[in-house]
Structure formats: structure tokens, C-alpha cells
Design a protein around this ligand. Structure first.
Ligand SMILES: Nc1ncnc2c1ncn2[C@@H]1O[C@H](COP(=O)(O)OP(=O)(O)OP(=O)(O)O)[C@@H](O)[C@H]1O
Ligand SMILES: [Mg+2]
Length: 183
């Protein structure tokens, strides 16, 4: 996986498969503490203890088409390569949360990548799922909740190209601005 946005896409795919109606994605960058955290949580069907214990094992999957599941193990590997780690918590019938941490300035820490693109793909492909996206960087906060946006849209579909473009540009613009702030 080249960047963190692709990990987000991959892990959110698990939430979609798990039947989630709401997926929350949080990125927190604290350059003072030299820490980047990524959290993807959902209200999907969750995992029992056996499945949870095995979720970080690349040779375990409930897929029938392919023997190995790699979404979570690959994120775990990326985190560990940059002196971080992963914590997966899940409650059957309630949902799942995947939290990965990274040393912000680690030479092997993957870049964020195109988060605007990732979020717009998720929203466009899953218009019935509510997505909450939050990005904090050194005290500045950006947040977007498609549940709120849908109410404002007054019947215009969230997946319409104009709406998707605005969402994508809004996320990307904030990231550029946040990166230009003096750290
Ligand atoms: N958010 C989630 N909710 C419920 N079950 C999950 C969730 N995330 C992972 N799982 C379970 O853990 C297993 C492993 O997930 P992982 O993403 O590593 O592999 P996969 O989805 O099976 O395959 P791949 O991601 O390589 O296509 C999944 O098959 C699924 O049973
Ligand atoms: Mg997966």
C-alpha cells in the first residue's frame, strides 16, 4: 500500500462488508508529539473474540474467494514500520474500531496520500452510508458529516458529481492549508 489513504479505503471496505450504516474516519496529526493516528470505526456487525484475535493474522479470512485477508495486517505492518502500532476493538452487534499510530516524522511513515479522493470514492460508491470524516492537525480541525450534508442537500443526491467534487475539493484544500501552517 503506497499511502495511508489507500489503507483507509481498504479498512473502510471491511466496515461496508460488515453492513455498517455509519463509518467514522479520524486522522490526528500532532507534530509536537511526533504522532499521527488514524481511526476507522463503524457500527457494523462486529467480530466475536475468535475473529478479532485472528483479524491481524494474514492467513485468516472469512472470505471464501481467497484464503488470505490482508486489509488489517497490511495496515498493522505500515504502522509498525514507522514505530507505531495498531489496536482493533470490536463488539458483536455493535461495531468495530481500528486505530493505527505512526511516528509522524519516521522515514518509513507513509504519506497521507489523496484523502479527498478516497473520501469522495467512499461517499460516491456508498450513498446510503453516513460518513464522518475528521482531520486534526496541531490544534486545527476539519470535520465533515455526510448525514448533515444530506439534510442540507434537500433532495439532491449526495453522489451527484457536483456534490462529490465540492466535498473532494473542500477536504483537499484544507489539507493544503494545514500543511502550509507553520509547525
Ligand atoms: N470492520 C469490521 N467489521 C466486521 N468484521 C471485520 C471488520 N474488519 C475485518 N473484519 C473481519 O476480519 C477479517 C479480516 O479482515 P481483512 O481486511 O484483514 O481481510 P479481508 O477483508 O478478509 O480480505 P481483504 O481485505 O484482503 O480483501 C474479515 O474477513 C472480516 O471477517
Ligand atoms: Mg478487508
Amino acid at each position: 500500500m503506497e499511502d495511508l489513504s489507500l489503507h483507509i479505503l481498504d479498512v473502510a471496505e471491511n466496515s461496508i462488508t460488515a453492513g455498517a450504516s455509519r463509518i467514522e474516519i479520524r486522522i490526528t496529526e500532532d507534530t509536537g508529539a511526533n504522532l499521527l493516528t488514524l481511526e476507522i470505526s463503524d457500527n457494523g456487525k462486529g467480530m466475536d473474540k475468535e475473529l478479532l484475535d485472528n483479524a491481524c493474522d494474514p492467513f485468516y479470512t472469512t472470505r471464501t474467494t481467497r484464503r488470505v485477508g490482508l486489509g488489517i495486517p497490511l495496515l498493522a505492518q505500515s504502522a509498525r514500520e514507522s514505530n507505531g502500532d495498531i489496536v482493533v476493538e470490536s463488539t458483536p452487534g455493535k461495531g468495530t474500531s481500528v486505530k493505527a499510530s505512526f511516528q509522524h516524522d519516521h522515514i518509513d511513515r507513509k504519506p497521507l496520500g489523496n484523502i479527498g479522493e478516497t473520501m469522495s470514492i467512499l461517499i460516491m460508491s456508498n450513498p446510503d452510508i453516513d460518513f464522518f470524516y475528521e482531520h486534526k492537525k496541531n490544534g486545527r480541525i476539519y470535520a465533515l458529516d455526510t448525514a448533515d450534508i444530506k439534510k442540507e442537500l434537500d433532495g439532491v443526491p449526495i453522489q451527484s458529481p457536483e456534490v462529490i467534487r465540492i466535498i473532494k475539493d473542500d477536504i483537499s484544500t484544507w489539507i493544503i492549508e494545514a500543511n502550509n501552517m507553520i509547525e
